[in-house]
Design a protein around this ligand. Structure first.
Ligand SMILES: [Fe+2]
Length: 321
């Protein structure tokens, strides 16, 4: 089992695809890293380079009927057209797209565009699709490939955006950044910041940014029910999964399967995103604040433990707690 996924190691790309315009210009080099899991098609990940949009090119304005898209914009710069807004997205930001939000993109430079998806009918062909792409990378351009056998995607093309309002990124709700979290909680040695709410993800997950101080340590219960998917963007974090220890650095994903006992420790100040967002962190951290403010309940260790179990928070040690 491989827990650490280095996004700069091409060996982690399952089916490299170049998306080309009719004249051959490559608009996207898409690398699938993680295939969907379970009925909600959770934890799908693609690591794309979106190439500079040519002047006058179509922004490919579209909607999804089912799928949620979360893009970490990690280099370059881009505009998003969303509903009637147009906003600039700087690196370090996250673009969060929900079903029926019409969106299109304009890339000013080649941009690392790291997508995490759920509820998206993506990869329905499974291994068969990977094999096809490996053997015939240009199958879509072949006149003898019967396109009607491809699974129907979740892509509803719209007319190009007609009237758009230039909008500062902080006023565009689709653009999230850890500089402006929806909620923020202090733990001993860490700040946990919420970037998307569970109610915005049809109940499946939340997106959190953990800003860790050097030395912060979290240890799970022995057999957690959650799969964790972490994305490290700053610093170094030592993980232990079962008996295996490894160090995650920027541009690394860490995927930990359910049941696996796990812990992590910040070896330096670090920034880690909890992308799977399985625990009900928001409920736990909100309720925890109230309990800690009550001297009678705050002293009882089992009170917080009861809360963690109620909300599926699978760590029994978070910092010095
Ligand atoms: Fe989309």
């Amino acid at each position: 089992m491989k827990y650490l996924i280095d996004l700069n190691d091409e060996a982690n790309f399952l089916s490299p695809v170049s998306v080309k315009m009719p004249d051959g210009y490559v608009v996207e080099d898409q690398h699938t890293v993680l295939m969907p899991e379970g009925p909600r098609k959770n934890l799908t990940m693609t690591d794309s380079i979106m190439h500079k949009t040519r002047p006058g090119a179509d922004a490919h304005y579209h909607e999804h009927e089912l799928g949620y898209e979360i893009f970490f914009v990690d280099s370059g710069g881009m505009d998003v057209y969303i509903n009637d807004q147009k906003a600039y997205i700087k690196p370090g930001s996250i673009l969060f797209l929900q079903p029926y939000q019409a969106h299109g993109m304009f890339f000013y430079d080649d941009t690392k565009y790291r997508g995490f998806f759920h509820d998206m009918p993506y990869g329905d062909e499974g291994e068969a699709g990977n094999l096809l792409r490996q053997h015939y990378p240009d199958f879509m351009e072949r006149p003898d490939f019967p396109k009607e056998i491809l699974p129907k995607g979740d892509h509803f093309l719209r007319e190009p955006p007609y009237r758009v309002k230039e909008t500062p990124p902080e006023e565009c709700t689709a653009i999230r950044h850890r500089e402006r979290p929806m909620a923020s909680f202090e733990l001993p040695g860490a700040t946990f910041k919420m970037l998307t709410g569970r109610w915005e993800n049809s109940g499946l997950c939340e997106l959190w940014c953990f800003e860790l101080k050097k030395g912060f340590k979290a240890t799970s219960y022995p057999f957690p029910a959650n799969t964790d998917l972490y994305y490290v963007t700053e610093g170094e974090v030592k993980f232990k999964v079962y008996d295996e220890e490894f160090i995650a650095k920027p541009e690394h994903l860490v995927k930990i399967p359910m049941y696996a006992p796990r812990s992590f420790e910040a070896l330096s100040d670090a920034v880690v995103y909890d992308v799977s967002g399985a625990p009900r962190w928001y409920a736990y951290l909100q309720d925890r604040e109230g309990i800690l403010a009550d001297p009678e309940r705050a002293d009882k260790q089992e009170t917080l433990e009861t809360l963690r179990k109620r909300y599926g928070v699978h760590y029994n040690q978070l910092g010095a707690e």
